[in-house]
Design a protein around this ligand. Structure first.
Ligand SMILES: *Cc1c(COP(=O)(O)O)cnc(C)c1O
Length: 383
């Protein structure tokens, strides 16, 4: 293991030069979008072209661009009529939008525990959480593993509830030949910078094979306006998409497959290197390509905080995601029934550590990260 790889700096978690190659293009797009004759800055022809281009990546499903992944989930839940008195089953471990989107509609998020290794929601726990008030289940793909969507579809069918797929992190993931985002009645992708198709700002899309749902979502994103201007069929919100982001994403789309492939290879290499570490308290995600996504590469480490310090001391940035399960967050305390526990979510929040997997890492940097983790497991800890 040679520290020379880091050249005295820290191997970054997120690529600091994410858009370096696109700098000139971006500047040109600002000028061109800003000076276009129609002065149409939102929901114009570039947005429509991006929606059309993305359809080809999701088996021809409808794609509706909106202002973020979070607003995509809100649009879907709103279109499904979720509101006060309804319950939506969501994972107990994950990001805040899983609880926020449901709570902001006046509905109740009901938290279900996760699988202890893959960290996605456990289907048996989802089923256990269903009550007569359940309106929908909303599993999320996590870090590098897609949720068990065949099981979720079966549960939704059996109980007659709606299925929303939080695929915000899983653009490009495929399970059993079927793209992430198309397993639920509707799914979302997020374009926030850190996601795999991140942009230089905010954005997202709703993906659905249900044309009627797409039509309603499309109206809701622009204040419920449909047909003639200033005529509102339903109470909507402002969740529109920006023409500049659309143009930039159209420019970035052809390179997405290669960037995803690079992430997948880095992840596969880490998993191969870390497989023998399980007995030393560091567990990598399961190997393979099916049902994987490469947003974040996470290990579960018994001595997570010490590993994080060891990596930092050797110039490797790592991140703890979600140090508190959702029902333990002050914001969601009122949705955590007294006495109810989520032991696997709790364990994950204590053990999860994410390593750099961004596609700009060099092979030498990847090897250095892997060596540094292996040295920790072998007992060569930083002082
Ligand atoms: C990022 C993310 C979201 C929200 O996407 P934004 O574009 O940031 O609003 C929702 N769900 C999950 C699982 C995410 O990781």
């Amino acid at each position: 293991m040679t520290r020379a790889v880091t050249r005295g700096r820290t191997i970054p978690f997120f690529a600091p030069d994410l858009f370096e190659e696109d700098r000139e293009v971006l500047l040109d797009l600002v000028r061109r979008t800003g000076t276009v004759a129609g002065q149409r800055f939102i929901l114009g022809e570039r947005t429509a072209a991006l929606e059309e281009a993305l359809r080809a990546t999701v088996d021809g499903a409808e794609v509706v661009a909106c202002s973020s992944g979070t607003s995509g989930l809100t649009l879907i839940l709103t279109a499904m009529g979720v509101g006060p008195g309804d319950e939506v089953v969501v994972p107990a471990y994950g990001c805040a939008p899983l609880g926020n989107t449901v709570a902001n509609l006046g509905a109740t998020p009901v938290f279900a525990d996760i699988d202890p290794v893959t960290m996605v929601v456990d289907p048996a726990e989802v089923e256990r959480a269903i009550t007569p008030r359940t309106r929908a289940v909303m599993p999320a793909h996590m870090f590098s593993v897609m949720a068990d969507m065949p099981a979720m579809r079966e549960i939704a069918r059996r109980h007659g509830v709606r299925l929303v797929e939080d695929s915000a992190v899983a653009q490009g993931g495929v399970l059993h030949g079927r793209p992430a985002g198309t397993w639920g009645e509707a799914g979302v992708f997020s374009f926030v910078q850190v996601k795999t198709f991140g942009t230089a700002g905010e954005g997202g899309v709703v993906v659905t094979h249900d044309a009627e749902l797409a039509r309603v979502v499309s109206a809701l994103r622009n204040h419920g306006q449909e047909g003639p201007r200033f005529v509102h069929q339903r109470v909507g919100l402002n969740s529109r998409f920006d023409e500049l982001q659309a143009a930039f994403q159209l420019h970035r789309l052809p390179g997405l497959a290669a960037r995803l492939e690079r992430r997948a290879r880095i992840a596969a290499h880490y998993t191969e290197r870390f497989a023998p570490l399980a007995e030393r308290g560091i567990v990598p995600p399961p190997p393979g390509r099916d049902g994987r996504c490469y947003y974040v590469y996470s290990v579960l480490a018994e001595e997570r905080d010490a590993l994080e310090r060891h990596l930092a001391a050797h110039g490797v940035a790592s991140h703890v995601y979600y140090p508190l399960p959702l029902p333990h967050q002050p914001a969601f305390a009122r949705f955590a029934p007294p006495g109810r526990e989520w032991p696997h979510a709790w364990a994950a929040s204590r053990r999860q550590l994410a390593l750099p997997v961004n596609p700009h890492l060099t092979d030498a940097e990847v090897e250095y990260v892997a060596d540094t983790v292996c040295a920790f497991a072998a007992g060569g800890r930083a002082a």
